[in-house]
Design a protein around this ligand. Structure first.
Ligand code: SF4
Length: 330
């Protein structure tokens, strides 16, 4: 394995990280003081509605946002104890596509339509000087077989527009694995795919995680989906992580009203008569984040203090915390 794993290692440690997006309307505080960790071999799901900052966060982790638009304001992003924010372009290049790989939502837009699959899939392997072109192609063939692609030599010589979305997403997963990454960041990898093959792709990701001892940061709007596969969940709302904990802590005993509302908005196979909850309103724009709790406008438990003062993160257990004044009152 090109990138060795250390058991129980804290691989990624994000501490009090804040980031603004620079726009002509002013700086948007899209990430506000977030903290989380991912351990070796762990699957962390980052969930929340569209517009709450999940994708910006995932791109910011390896400085994938344009440098003129992203203003890293405070905090640190340590990967194997080295601060990504302080890394120069060559250090980042060495990390990205090597130790940290991405699978994006839309495989058609992340693959070059003018290049053969073969040339795209081996590119990172060659850039990171992991072996010869023959070795790269051999590894690509092995990975394509693992992700369930048939007629491999024909596929390698094809162009992306000759294939379905599901097949291209399998190829994207193989492409992300060719450098033996330690951390895979998957940003809504199944949401642009035909619903009939979403489950197959999720199953595939889980198998790849196990086979390659991968750590995974999985971005999703679907808390019900991730509740079946993650080790831990971080719930994001309006630029903040409002609750984080082990899967059973967050799913079975959610403490933040937003997490509770998200869970109540999905049907349950255990309770077919469950009345689904609608969360009123929409996620506020970063230009309009309130002084107090960001969820206050939509929260049915809102108190006066929620309007005037930001809640602080409180621990419920050693591994479970949430950002809500109700916990302070209790
Ligand atoms: Fe609701 Fe107040 Fe908690 Fe915010 S701090 S989630 S408004 S109870």
């Amino acid at each position: 394995m090109n990138n060795p794993r250390k058991e129980n290692e804290v691989l990624l440690k994000v501490d009090n990280f804040s980031l603004d997006l620079v726009t002509e309307n002013g700086n948007l505080p899209v990430i506000q003081d977030i903290s989380f960790q991912i351990h070796q071999g762990e699957f962390l799901a980052l969930v929340g509605e569209s517009g709450c900052g999940k994708s910006v966060c995932s791109l910011a982790l390896t400085k994938l946002l344009p440098s003129n638009l992203a203003k890293y304001k405070s905090g640190s992003i340590l990967f194997q104890e080295e601060d990504i924010i302080q890394m120069d372009a060559s250090e980042i290049q060495n990390l990205r596509g090597n130790k940290i790989s991405y699978v994006f939502q839309e495989p058609f837009s992340s693959l070059n339509p003018l290049k053969k699959i073969k040339d795209q899939i081996i590119e990172s392997f060659l850039i990171h000087k992991m072996g010869t072109k023959e070795e790269a192609i051999h590894k690509a063939e092995i990975l394509l077989e693992k992700v369930g692609i048939t007629d491999i030599s024909q596929r390698l010589n094809s162009y992306p527009n000759h294939m379905s979305g599901g097949m291209l997403q399998r190829i994207s997963i193989a492409m992300a694995l060719i450098t033996d990454p330690i951390l895979l960041i998957a940003d809504e990898p199944t949401s642009a795919i035909d619903v009939t093959i979403q489950a197959q792709l999720i199953q595939l990701l889980m198998e790849m995680k196990k086979q390659f001892s991968l750590s995974v940061l999985f971005i999703s709007h679907d808390i019900a989906l991730v509740s079946h596969m993650a080790d831990r969940i971080a719930v994001m709302y309006a630029g903040q992580i409002v609750e984080i904990g082990k899967i059973d802590e967050v799913i079975d005993s959610p403490k933040h009203p937003y997490t509770q509302a998200l869970l109540n908005s999905y049907p349950s196979s255990d309770d077919i008569n469950k009345e689904l909850e609608v969360i009123p309103g929409i996620v506020p724009s970063p230009l309009e984040y309130p002084i107090g709790c960001h969820f206050a406008e939509r929260c049915k438990h809102k108190m006066d203090v929620c309007i005037s003062r930001k809640p602080k993160s409180r621990h419920i257990t050693e591994t479970h915390s949430a950002l809500c004044h109700l916990l302070e009152a209790g």
